[in-house]
Ligand binder design. Structure first.
Ligand SMILES: [Zn+2]
Length: 115
């Protein structure tokens, strides 16, 4: 599993869509949504910082990336969460990461900004 590649390939916003989170737009590229695990009713614990690919669950008191979001929302281990994301978005190359990389990775630009 190539976590870095997975995080580059799928944004927090896309993961929120995968989880069917109803997102409420806020200023500055933030979104709020109900946490599938913590919220029952109308409260909205999740804050999605889409531009930074981070989420916060105010109820659980955690902050994390896309994989952590799925891990938290579905109560699964990060590896299982990463697998679910990769399968959902058909990222076979992420799942089947070769052990040895032939191309140097260090000089690749990071797509931190959301397109
Ligand atoms: Zn939560």
């Amino acid at each position: 599993m190539d976590y870095a590649l997975l995080k580059k390939s799928v944004s927090v916003h896309q993961v929120a869509q995968m989880l069917n989170l109803r997102q409420h737009h806020m200023v500055g590229g933030w979104h709020r949504a109900a946490c599938p695990r913590c919220d029952f009713g109308t409260s909205k614990s999740l804050i999605l910082l889409c531009e930074r690919n981070l989420f916060v669950c105010a109820t659980a008191g955690i902050i994390g990336d896309q994989i952590a979001l799925v891990s938290h929302a579905k109560n699964v281990r990060p590896y299982a969460a990463a697998q679910q994301i990769a399968v959902h978005y058909s990222l076979r190359h992420v799942l089947e990461q070769p052990r040895e990389k032939h191309a140097p990775e260090s000089q690749k630009p990071r797509n931190s900004a959301q397109a």
